[in-house]
Design a binder for this molecule. Structure first.
Ligand SMILES: C[S@@+](CC[C@H](N)C(=O)[O-])C[C@H]1O[C@@H](n2cnc3c(N)ncnc32)[C@H](O)[C@@H]1O
Length: 287
């Protein structure tokens, strides 16, 4: 008797969280509307009439924003439940979105879902949740038109990773006691995986794959991408109901990192193995 394949624990957590995630995220929480959305849109530039990939689209929050700006969006996620939730939210009038189920770590599923070249790509708040990045780097290098932007936002690897604690410290400042918010970083360089929450109250903790910034970028740089923008947005103000250690209170420490990578020139190093039949670099795992 053949054994049934074991379910992928990375995907299983997202399937279990899909309903909660969609109801909380809806058309954007504060991180999306104040940090991710504005920074991504600025780095991406004009998308009117362009074919844009939204990678790890979740409930489609970025896909709908891009469609409202006139993009022809192909939105990809490996969670069937999240893709179903995204579809159920509809497509903005005059916008175009095609949702597809595919796994960013398995280029063959991406090839089956996305045909032809694309003009731009985004991956918002997801690469720290993706087990392996090298297959995506190589695939995307072969799919994006030369020089096209790939904009990535992630939890800031240095300040908002797994082995980091947000703390309140008290300092005697010439006789005046002052509370200060700080971040304690215990470990940064060695990739590791752990479970955690992206939203307080989510039913199941999901897997994070912590990597230093160099480890996050290397799979794309090795595939021929060029880094040409690097931003670290932080919240300008805390909301009245925010928890004492909410990121919105850390005006001087960025919870997210947003970068723009440019696809390699035609004939550059990033050749998609599935498109052109040549594997160039060894896949590596976060752990
Ligand atoms: C934190 S959510 C972000 C969703 C959305 N981009 C947003 O900004 O709200 C991370 C997403 O990554 C997706 N994901 C994780 N690993 C993936 C993989 N290997 N392939 C495709 N999607 C993946 C999850 O299903 C989930 O939708």
């Amino acid at each position: 008797m053949t054994k049934a394949p074991r379910p992928d624990p990375v995907r299983a957590a997202w399937e279990a969280n899909a309903e909660f995630w969609d109801s909380r995220m809806a058309d954007g929480n504060r991180t999306q509307s104040e940090l991710v959305g504005p920074t991504t849109d600025r780095l991406l530039g004009a998308v009117q009439g362009r074919r844009v990939l939204d990678l790890a689209c979740g409930n489609g929050v970025s896909a709908r924003r891009l469609a409202r700006m006139g993009a022809d969006v192909v939105a990809v996620d490996f969670s069937r439940a999240l893709v179903a939730r995204a579809r159920a939210r509809g497509v903005p009038r005059a916008g175009k979105i095609r949702y597809v189920v595919a796994d960013l770590t398995r280029p063959a599923t991406l090839d089956a879902a996305v045909d032809g070249p694309v003009d731009a790509a985004v991956c918002n708040m997801a690469l720290m949740d993706v087990r392996e990045l090298r297959p995506l780097g190589r695939w995307l290098a072969g799919r994006l038109r030369p020089g096209s932007p790939f904009v990535v936002s992630v939890c800031h690897p240095a300040f908002n990773g797994g082995d980091v604690e947000r703390v309140v410290t008290e300092r005697d400042d010439d006789g005046v006691l002052r509370d200060e918010l700080a971040v304690q970083v215990r470990r940064y360089l060695t990739p590791r995986r752990h479970r955690g929450l992206a939203m307080v109250g989510q039913p199941v903790p999901h897997l994070y794959f912590d990597r230093p910034i160099s480890g996050l970028l290397r799979p794309f740089l090795d595939a021929g991408f060029v880094l040409d923008a690097f931003e670290e947005p932080a919240f300008a103000r805390a909301g009245a109901s925010d928890r004492p250690l909410s990121w919105s209170r850390f005006a001087e420490i960025p919870p997210i990192l947003v970068v723009r990578l440019r696809a390699p020139p035609a004939g550059g190093r990033g050749v998609s193995p599935t498109l052109r039949g040549a594997a160039r670099s060894r896949p590596s795992r976060a752990r």
